[in-house]
Design a protein around this ligand. Structure first.
Ligand code: SAJ
Length: 443
């Protein structure tokens, strides 16, 4: 056992496989390579394996040079050949864990990756699942598949859960400097996991089991989903009371203890926060327990796209215009500012709702050139004076930094701001603009 720990802690000829070269796996692979280990990235998409192998990044948080540097040094390579997992001393699984069409956990990518790992599992290997999932997945799903090989966990091979904590677009917290929780299927597994991960992660946080580590991640994201749901309900209440919810939140945020600021918005997007709490809710239903906070927060967050569209409807109505036939520009379709990802973005709901009302809908997003949604597709239109003046209404759904909000304020006839981003650009003496509400201009 000690020899294994020493090998992972001190060995300089280790090969670490990373399955899934997305926003989690590619940055992790680069950090492994930067630490002087040999990283082999595995992806089912040949285009991804090729582009990484050619030293290019398809992830916003990594530049091409970040990837090219470690590829040139021979420390990082990428492949679609899962048989090469046999070469790896350790394997990190960073594959998607989405929801199925029926909003249930879809761990098929984890199962497929585990099957590939089992096919070449050998003595001494460490396997770490990083994908967010419900507590129990590592022990109840992955372990049996791996022990079918006859190898024994904690002795012949080692199995851990270590949740990814990537915040896409975060300029400060990156893969290496974000503390990382890890829990083992056995205590020995955790020791081995810490020994290896400490090579390329600054701070490791071991917990007592894989289930505890799985629960940590779910708590982190459920905490966000529930607090975003709370602040969205406060926004719905403030709107009915005629109170500026952003002013209230800013003032509450002056409390130096016991309060954490969240901001209302058009809804909950991304592939984590709207998804992960449902993994826990699903698991608890199998244990006959209803996770009421999660479900209530989900209901409120899901109401927000309609709430924003109702603001557009009311504003056009006040201009004696029907939504039907009106030209409406959606400004920003990514799920949050300064990212190019539209997964679960509330902007997609808003586009659909406006189209269903008969509006002539277009969008502008500096980071998203095209949106494909089922059989529909839109392309981003230029954001210029003429385009804005041609609209009957403009609705800001994502508050990207790289947008000229002064122009938007000046050239829009009706402006709904679901992110309160224009408040900072409004001349308080301009009677045509309202810095305190969702409808900033017109209406
Ligand atoms: N949102 C609000 N109000 C808020 C905060 C967020 O409406 O006050 C919305 C955002 O616009 C977005 C969604 O919620 O649509 C999720 O936002 P997010 O800031 O949680 O961003 P994600 O999903 O990209 O990343 C999160 C990580 N973010 C932060 O901790 C700030 C982190 O929780 C996880 O590492 C990551 O999910 C993950 O991969 O689980």
């Amino acid at each position: 056992m000690n020899a294994t720990i020493e090998r992972f802690r001190d060995g300089d000829d280790l090969t670490v496989g990373v399955i899934g070269l997305g926003y989690v796996g590619l940055p992790l692979s680069v950090e492994i390579a930067r630490a002087g280990l040999h990283a082999v990235g595995f992806d089912v998409n040949p285009a991804v394996a090729t582009s990484v192998g050619e030293g290019r990044s398809h992830i916003e948080d990594l530049t091409d040079e970040d990837v090219a540097e470690v590829v040139r040094s021979g420390r990082l390579e990428a492949t679609t050949d899962m048989a090469r997992l046999a070469e790896c001393d350790a394997i990190s699984v960073c594959v998607p864990t989405p929801l199925s069409k029926t909003r249930d956990p879809d761990i098929s990518y984890v199962v497929d990756a585990t099957r590939a790992v089992a096919a070449s599992l050998r003595e001494g290997q460490l396997v770490v699942l990083e994908s967010t999932t419900y507590p129990g997945t590592t022990r109840e799903v992955m372990l049996p598949m791996l022990e079918e090989t006859g190898l024994v966990v904690g002795e012949d091979f080692f199995l851990c859960f270590s949740p990814e904590r990537v915040d896409p677009g975060n300029p400060v917290w990156k893969t290496r400097n974000t503390p990382k929780v890890i829990g083992g299927v056995t205590p020995a597994c955790a020791e081995v996991g810490v020994a290896l991960y400490s090579r390329f992660i600054d701070t490791m946080v071991p917990v007592s089991s894989a289930e505890a580590a799985e629960m940590v991640k779910i708590l982190e994201n459920t905490f966000r989903a529930v607090n975003i749901g709370l602040v969205n309900e406060v926004a719905l209440i403030a709107d009915r009371l005629g109170v500026d919810v952003w002013e209230v939140i800013e003032a509450a945020a002056t409390k130096p203890f016991g309060f954490m600021k969240f901001t209302p918005g058009p809804g909950l997007g991304g592939h984590c926060i709207p998804v992960d709490p449902h993994y826990l809710a699903w698991k608890m239903r199998t244990l006959d327990y209803r996770t009421r906070f999660i479900e209530l927060a989900s209901e409120i967050n899901a109401e927000m796209p309609e709430f924003v569209v109702n603001k557009v409807r009311a504003a056009l109505n006040a201009e004696r215009k029907a939504v039907n036939g009106s030209r409406v520009l959606v400004l920003g379709v990514a799920y949050k500012k300064d990212v190019d990802d539209v997964r679960e973005s509330p902007a997609l709901d808003i586009l659909r709702l406006l189209e269903a009302d008969g509006a002539e809908v277009s969008y502008h997003d500096p980071l998203v050139p095209e949106v494909r949604e089922d059989e529909r597709s839109w392309t981003s239109v230029p954001l210029d004076e003429a385009t804005l003046q041609a609209q009957d209404a403009v609705v800001i759904v994502t508050d990207h930094s790289d947008v000229d909000y002064a122009l938007v304020l000046r050239a829009s006839r009706v402006l709904v701001d679901a992110r309160h981003v224009t408040a900072g650009f409004i001349d308080p003496d301009d009677p045509t603009l309202n810095p305190h509400g969702w409808v900033v201009k017109g209406g």
